[in-house]
Design a protein around this ligand. Structure first.
Ligand code: CAA
Length: 240
C-alpha cells in the first residue's frame, strides 16, 4: 500500500519539487499551502496532487487540516516541513511582527505538524519527518535575524525529536538548502544576489529538484539508520 506524505508549502518552489518527487516515487501526497490559490490550482491541474489550504503557523488549522488529509488519504507516514517565509531586514529596523511571523511560520509550524501526526506514527511504528532548514540557519545571514533563528531552531528541534522517535521507527532529519532558484531567492535584490552567488563554489543557484532528491532519500524505508542528521545541500557555500 502507498505511504501517505504531507508536504507543507508543497505547491510552489522547493515544496512543489518535493511533492512531485514523492508522487513519482509512489507516495500518496497532500500538498499544503497557505495563500496562493492560483498557484495551487495550477499545481493540482498539472500534477494531479491534491492541495490543502491551511495556515501551518496555526495549531488548530493544522489539526483540522491533517484530519482532512487522514480521512481522504489515510494515516500520515511522512511529513516534510518545508513551508517558510522571509521578512528580511536588519534587526534595528525589524518590527516584532517581522520577527514573530517568521518564527511562527517557519519554526512553530514544525511543532504544529509533528504534534498532529506523531501519535499515529508511534502507534504504527513507522514515520519519516524531514524538516527543511537553511544554510542561513547554519551560518547566519545579513538581514535575517528572524529567519536564521527559526531555521537554526529547526535543527535543534530535529535532533530532539529524532531521539524521541528512534525507538519507534520514526526518523527525523533536516535538509539545509543553500540558495535555490525559487521565487524566495529571486526576491533578493539583484546586486545582493550577485554577491551571494559569488560565494557559492559551484557557481550557481541550486535547483529545487536537487533538494527533492535529498528528501526522497531520507524518507525511504532503507534510510532507517539515519536520524537526527542535517544534510547540507548548498553547492559548497558553507561546510561544517
Ligand atoms: N551578502 C553580501 N552582502 C550583502 C548581503 C549578503 N547577504 N546582504 C546585504 N549585503 C550588502 C549590500 O550589498 C550592501 O552593500 P553595498 O552598499 O556595498 O551595496 C550592504 O550590505 C547593505 O545592504 P542594503 O543596502 O541592501 O541594506 P538595506 O538596509 O537596504 O536592506 C536587506 C537590507 C533587506 C537585508 C537587504 O540587504 C537584503 O534583502 N539582503 C538579502 C538578505 C538575504 O540573503 N536573504 C535571503 C533570502 S533567500 C532565503 O532565505 C532562502 C535560503 O534559505 C537561503
Amino acid at each position: 500500500m502507498s505511504r501517505v506524505a504531507i508536504v507543507t508549502g508543497g505547491t510552489r518552489g522547493i515544496g512543489e519539487a518535493i511533492s512531485v518527487g514523492l508522487k513519482d516515487a509512489g507516495y500518496l501526497v497532500a500538498a499544503v499551502y497557505a495563500g496562493n490559490d492560483e498557484a495551487a490550482e495550477r499545481f493540482t491541474n498539472k500534477t494531479g496532487i491534491p492541495a490543502y489550504k491551511f495556515d501551518v503557523s496555526d495549531y488548530d488549522q493544522c489539526a483540522e487540516g491533517v484530519g482532512k488529509v487522514v480521512s481522504d488519504l489515510g494515516p500520515v507516514d511522512v511529513v516534510v516541513n518545508n513551508a517558510g517565509i522571509t521578512k528580511d531586514g536588519t534587526l534595528h529596523r525589524m518590527s516584532f511582527d517581522q520577527w514573530n511571523s517568521v518564527i511562527q511560520t517557519n519554526l512553530s509550524s514544525c511543532f504544529n505538524m509533528c504534534h498532529c501526526v506523531i501519535e499515529g506514527m508511534r502507534e504504527r511504528g513507522f514515520g519519516r519527518v524531514v524538516n527543511i532548514g537553511s544554510v542561513n540557519g547554519q551560518a547566519g545571514q545579513y538581514g535575517q535575524a528572524n529567519y536564521a533563528a527559526a531555521k537554526s531552531g529547526i535543527h535543534g528541534f530535529t535532533k530532539a525529536l529524532a531521539l524521541e522517535g528512534a525507538a519507534k521507527g520514526i526518523t527525523v532529519n533536516a535538509i539545509a538548502p543553500g540558495y535555490i532558484d525559487t521565487d524566495m531567492v529571486r526576491a533578493v535584490p539583484e546586486r545582493v544576489l550577485e554577491k551571494i552567488i559569488a560565494t557559492i563554489p559551484v557557481g550557481r543557484l541550486g535547483h529545487a529538484e536537487e533538494i527533492a532528491r535529498g528528501v526522497l532519500f531520507l524518507v525511504s524505508e532503507d534510510a532507517g539508520f539515519i536520524t537526527g542528521s542535517t544534510l547540507s545541500m548548498n553547492g559548497g557555500q558553507h561546510m561544517y
